[in-house]
Design a protein. Sequence first.
Lengths: 113, 116
Amino acid sequence: NAGVTQTPKFQVLKTGQSMTLQCAQDMNHNSMYWYRQDPGMGLRLIYYSASEGTTDKGEVPNGYNVSRLNKREFSLRLESAAPSQTSVYFCASSDRTGAVGYTFGSGTRLTVV
Amino acid sequence: AQSVTQLDSQVPVFEEAPVELRCNYSSSVSVYLFWYVQYPNQGLQLLLKYLSGSTLVESINGFEAEFNKSQTSFHLRKPSVHISDTAEYFCAVTRISSGSARQLTFGSGTQLTVLP
């Protein structure tokens, strides 16, 4: 099925550990996004990639890095995890027009202890 | 920059009753508007969208939303809800004139709980 695939689905990290969240889409979309979801705060944009080879900061980029590996893949890295990064992370993709909206992955639930 | 306000964080309603989930937005330029639904432990799914034309838009499962430019609102309604409509609903907006990446700004969400 076409869509956005995220791995892993669950992860527990100790403070200071690093990890990479993977995201891949097979809809030939140009733009990809990483959001975090916290209770009562909706979704907040961490980083986005308008097209292959470009990345930009969103609303809450501190503590994260991203890589747009190719048109299909967009990864999110936590270099030194902190408890404040406990959240659910969603990857999404869209075409250039924005008229079709976003397609979301199923999320990664990350707990930092 | 644009912003989205969802006025109710929780809406309980009995099965077969009507419901309205409120959304107001702020933007200095024209926007596209969206409603997304999130079922427990799942990602967000597009429910409906307003791009242009008729201000009333409908989804395949009976929801509708009306774009009101003067009131900068995009409220979501359903005349008769089902238990299966229990979910969190997010209103979102993107500026039409933004660059090549269509950044969506989300509201904080409304938890709709349908009671038997």
